[in-house]
Every structure is written in C-alpha cells, then in structure tokens.
Design a protein. Structure first.
Lengths: 64, 397
C-alpha cells in the first residue's frame, strides 16, 4: 500500500497529519505532505492510513 | 458566518429552534423534501445534500464569496469575502500564522486560560458552562493572539454581542442595523489604532505580523489590516463558543462518552472531530450565485441569488458516506465540512481544534463527572451558529 497526496486538491484541513503523523507532516501553510513519498505504508500503519484517507474532506489523500 | 437572516423573530424562531434542537431530524426532512426553498430562509437558496454542498464549496467561480462584507461591514472582509486569485495571496500570508506548529506554541496559553477559568468555580461544584468557559475562553485566546491586554475583555464581549446579536439589544431592525454599524466602526477604530502603535513599537503578535507583511512586494494597507482583524473578531469568538456549547450539551446526556474522556487521555481528539461533524456548530456558510444554473434536483438558481450552503446537513447525509447519520465519538475518520471546504476552508480551524481539545481535556482531568443542574433544560438559541446562552452544570464538590 502506498499513499499519494494531491497538492492541487489539498486545502489544508490537516486531518492527514493529525491522524497519521508517522507518515505525513504539515508544511508551513498547514498542508499535508508525505514524509517519504516513495515509501510503502508499513503493515502496522495500514489501518491508520486508511482512516486518514477516509477523513480528508477534499479526498486529496488516496491509496495507490 | 453570515450577517443575513440569522436572527429572525416570530415563527421563524420556532423553525430555527427546531433546527438547532435536533439538526439530525431537521436536515433529514429538508433533504427528503429535495428542495432548496425553506420556510426559515425565504428567498434564499439552501443547499443541503452532500453532493450539492461539496460541489458548491469547491466551485468558488459559481458560488462566490466576494459579495461585500458581513456583520455591519460594507467592505469585503479578508480573506472571507475575497475569491482567488487575490484570495490566494492573502491565504499564503495568513495560513502560516495559523498553521499547526504555530498553534501548538499558543497551546500553553490556552491551557493556562482554561485552568484559570476552572479555578474560579471548581470549588463551588457548579458553573454556567456558557458564561464561565465557552464565552470567555476564546476571548482570552483572541486577546493573547492580538497582543491586547486582558483588561479589554469586557469591551470585547460587548462588541461581539452587539455585532452578532444586535437584535437582542434593540427593538427594531433599523436600530439593530445602526448598532451593528456603530460597533463595526468602534472595532475597526481600535484595530487601526493598534496597527498604528505596532508600526512604532512592534510586538510578537498577529497585528505586528500583519503590519510587517507584504503581498506583491508592498506592505498591507491600513484598510486591509483592519478588514483582516475584523474577520478574526467576527469569526474567531462565537464559533469556538458555540462549538464548546454543542460538545458539552452533547456530553451531559452521554455518560459513556464522559467516562471515556475521564479515563482515556487523547480520546478527546476523535470525540471533538466527530462532534464537530455531527453537531456542526456553524450550520451554514453564505455564497452568491455568479450565473444562472440548474441544480441536480431541477430547481433553477439565478445570477445574484443568495445561497446558504448547509454544511450541517451535508455532514449528516448518509448518501455518499455510510454511517454519517449516526454518531460514534471513538471514530475520527468521517470526512466532514465543519470548517467549510474548498479554498475558503476556515483559516482558524487549527486554532479552533486546539482550543476545543484543550478545554475538553482539561475539564475532564479536573471535573470528570458532572451533569445538567437539576430542573434545568438545554435551550438552543436561534442562529446559524448553533449554541446555548446558558448551560448550568453541577458536580460533586
């Protein structure tokens, strides 16, 4: 499982870095970015990753 | 936030009360009726289903926010009443000031304000949650953010009420309008005076940040600074107040949720998120149609029509999000528009969340069990901001 954040769709709601700080950080404007965009989601974080995906109001973070 | 028909009297009050008392039922009925025309908001287009609301929040070109000012202001507030591309410039400037890391640095002050407020009544075994916490806490936060002395507190509360509830202090809509306008002048005068003072003597506060900031290689004008401060004043106080009221009005009827909060530090994070969604303290946001269009239900909207986007309804709409018509305070993964969406997503959302989480955590650390005072009822007030004027609580001393 890999995550992707569409910066065009992101409006900085901040749910992804709030729910998944292990993999997502916030930039100076509060927009989420993947700490390692190429990394796979470790199995133990898959459940949390899916929560972050479901929580995004703009559907900007998705599973690839 | 809107200065529109929020404070209707007579029969409309009854409708507003019905909406505030049980938004779940009210909005389910509204969505089932499949119309944008409501008794409560005659002449306005009310969007209530999930897909219309999500679409309208994102489609700022069709549903503009640039329709002038709100709350006694003729001029557009910044960045609320400005659309892209100008809007983007203001947000680039302001977003960093309200970014999560910045808000984390303000958290100790909010924690202290919360503890100080609780200190004042904890030994009495009773308080009015609205008057003693929900109203003062965001006001103290605002004063900290703006580098203003706590001695301004009473004045600020009065101004806020005059701006947002002018009808309660006057006997005609003309008088209410005059009071709102006079108060807007008073607040703007204070902000302009403070901005002038910060140019000479900078401090570590938001006004100084605005005074020193630039867009397009130029400093902000006095008008821009005042209109930005004015937005924070109208948007930052009552919204957090009503959010706290919604959360605690929910909790007094939910012993399991209270137990969870008392026993599990950190559980307030998902609880706050789920209740922002299901209670949606800011029930609607305003837009104006820029061109004629036909909605998904076949109704037509004309250019210039005033549009109310009922985010409270969309948040509860199970069509497109299974389970949205139920509440589970342990989950934090239900996407919602409690802070709006699209480019106008609430600038202060990180601040609001931090304040709400801090109060809920600190309260339950210190007062884990409490109830509504005997003989009292929860009476919702009638505005698009869903709150209560009083919430008398008691606990064992």
């Amino acid at each position: 499982m890999k995550l992707r954040i569409d910066a065009e769709l992101c409006e900085g709601h901040g749910r992804c870095w709030d729910l998944l700080p292990e993999l997502v950080d916030a930039d100076d404007h509060g927009h989420g970015f993947l700490i390692d965009p190429d990394a796979s989601v470790p199995p133990e974080l898959e459940r949390k990753a899916l929560e972050a995906v479901r929580a995004c109001p703009e559907c900007a973070i998705t599973v690839e | 936030m809107d200065g529109g028909p929020m404070y209707a009297g007579g029969d409309k009050s009854a409708l507003a009360y019905e909406r505030s008392a049980c938004p779940m039922d009210y909005f389910a009925k509204l969505r089932a009726a499949n119309t944008t025309k409501t008794e409560e908001f005659p002449g306005l287009v009310v969007l209530s289903n999930r897909s219309d609301v999500e679409g309208a929040l994102r489609d700022w070109e069709t549903f503009t926010s640039a329709f002038g000012g709100i709350n006694g202001q003729d001029e557009p507030l910044i960045p609320l009443n400005v659309d892209p591309p100008e809007h983007v410039k203001y947000r680039r400037l302001l977003d960093p000031y309200f970014a999560p890391k910045k808000m984390a640095s303000l958290q100790p002050a909010v924690d202290k304000h919360t503890n100080d407020l609780i200190d004042q009544f904890i030994d009495k075994g009773a308080c009015d949650f609205s008057e003693d916490i929900a109203v003062p806490l965001p006001c103290s936060t605002f004063l900290s953010l703006f580098g203003l002395p706590l001695s301004e507190f009473d004045q600020f509360i009065k101004w806020k009420d005059y701006l947002l509830r002018a009808e309660a202090f006057t006997s005609s809509s003309e008088e209410a309008d005059a009071l709102r306008r006079q108060t807007a002048v008073d607040v703007c005068t204070l902000m302009a005076t403070e901005a002038y003072a910060r140019r000479a003597a900078p401090k570590d506060d938001l006004i100084t940040y605005l005074v020193e900031s630039e867009i397009d290689g130029r400093k902000l004008t006095d008008s821009e600074i005042v209109r930005t401060c004015m937005l924070f004043f109208t948007a930052g106080l009552d919204t957090v107040t009503v959010s706290l009221e919604c959360i605690f009005a929910y909790l007094i009827a939910q012993p399991e949720a209270r137990k969870m909060l008392a026993e599990e530090p950190g559980s307030e994070i998902n609880l706050v998120e789920e209740l922002l969604r299901s209670e949606t303290p800011v029930q609607m946001v305003s837009r104006e149609a820029t061109h004629d269009l036909v909605l998904s239900n076949g109704e037509s909207v004309k250019a210039g029509d005033k549009v109310m986007i009922a985010i409270a309804s969309a948040n509860l709409d199970p069509n497109g999000l299974e389970g949205a018509d139920t509440i589970d305070v342990r989950r934090g993964d239900m996407r919602n528009f409690a802070f709006g969406g699209g480019p106008h997503r609430c600038l202060g959302s990180n601040l609001a969340r931090m304040e709400l989480r801090t109060v809920v955590r600190r309260w339950h650390d210190r007062i884990p069990e409490y109830s509504l005072a005997p003989g009292e009822k929860v009476i919702w007030n009638s505005s698009v901001l869903r709150g209560v004027d009083h919430l008398p609580l008691v606990w064992a001393k």
